[in-house]
Design a protein around this ligand. Structure first.
Ligand SMILES: Cc1cc2nc3c(=O)[nH]c(=O)nc-3n(C[C@H](O)[C@H](O)[C@H](O)COP(=O)(O)OP(=O)(O)OC[C@H]3O[C@@H](n4cnc5c(N)ncnc54)[C@H](O)[C@@H]3O)c2cc1C
Length: 268
């Protein structure tokens, strides 16, 4: 297909994708084009490749192809995926946008981390990438883009038992701008103590801290107000350490700390 002087390749299988990646310098992979559209001289669509557009549920995880649309994900229902992922999907754009927008595009959109970033980070999702010779899984916490010559083939989301699952957004609703960020808080309790916890906040900055999570694991429930105050102070210290040089918007820190306080109060 020819559009002005730009060429869009319609790939039908992974072999085509690998061939294009090898032979065309800087070729762009297109999703639904709701975010960036076509920016490169040469690009390829991957929507017709069945393995990149499928959803497979297993006992302990669910695999989404990167070309799956947000509407297709919503359609499988909240019971078939972690609740925070479903809530995040439902909060994105309009139905028309979600019908076109893909999971791969949401993850790979440049700049500000989009709405699905915080849930995928908190859920310990993994990104499967492949080239002709190799398949590897990259933990979401280490993902900073698809490695050169590789293609994203799967997003694997584990199912874990969470007693408390909170997803919230800050900034404008159903849009992305520099004030947008998403917050996720997951807690598993066992015998009256916090057995596991994940906290993620992602937008123009990405906050997740194992150091902080380790401080909360083992706390006896109900949590005391003074423990919440101490944890908020500790979080603020970690946040300032991480982002002091980045000129992150001060409002984001206030909103994050307020959301974290609200989430911790659910353990009182
Ligand atoms: C009105 C409106 C409201 C919106 N609201 C929200 C919102 O609330 N929250 C939100 O998160 N987003 C929102 N968006 C932004 C956008 O629609 C979504 O983030 C969407 O998921 C992007 O997916 P896409 O497939 O359209 O990406 P595209 O625009 O196709 O691609 C985005 C980038 O990712 C790259 N890319 C796409 N797929 C792949 C792949 N498989 N492998 C490697 N790179 C890839 C592309 O090359 C491009 O650089 C909104 C957009 C509009 C127009």
């Amino acid at each position: 297909m020819q559009k002005n002087n730009r060429t869009v390749e319609l790939t039908k299988n992974l072999a085509d994708v690998f061939y294009n990646l090898r032979s065309v310098k800087n070729i762009q992979i297109l999703g639904g084009c709701t975010e960036t559209g076509i920016t490169a001289e040469k690009s390829m669509t991957i929507r017709a490749i069945p393995e990149l557009s499928s959803i497979e549920k297993r006992e302990r995880f669910i695999d989404f192809g990167p070309a799956v649309t947000l509407s297709q994900m919503i359609k499988i229902g909240k019971a078939n995926m972690p609740a925070v992922l479903y809530d995040a999907l439902e909060s994105i754009g309009t139905e028309a946008v979600r019908n076109m927008a893909t999971l791969g595009g949401n993850i790979c959109s440049p700049g500000i981390k989009h709405t699905l970033w915080a849930p995928l980070l908190a859920l310990n999702a993994q990104i499967e990438v492949r080239n002709q010779n190799e398949t590897k899984f990259i933990p979401f916490s280490k993902f900073s883009g698809v490695p050169k010559s590789f293609v994203m083939t799967k997003i694997r989301v584990p199912f874990d038992e969470w007693g408390i699952e909170i997803f919230r957004r800050v900034g404008p609703s159903r849009l992305i701008n520099p004030l947008s960020a998403a917050f996720v808080f997951l807690v598993e309790t066992q015998k009256g103590i916090v057995a596991n916890i994940r906290i993620a906040f992602a937008g123009s900055i990405v906050f997740s801290s194992q150091e902080l999570e380790n401080k909360i694991i083992g706390i006896k429930l109900p949590i005391a107000r003074r423990d919440i105050d101490t944890l908020i102070q500790e979080t603020e210290r970690v946040y300032d350490e991480k982002f002091s040089l980045l000129q992150a918007k001060p409002i984001l820190k206030i909103q994050f700390l307020n959301l974290l306080r609200y989430a911790l109060e659910q353990l009182m």
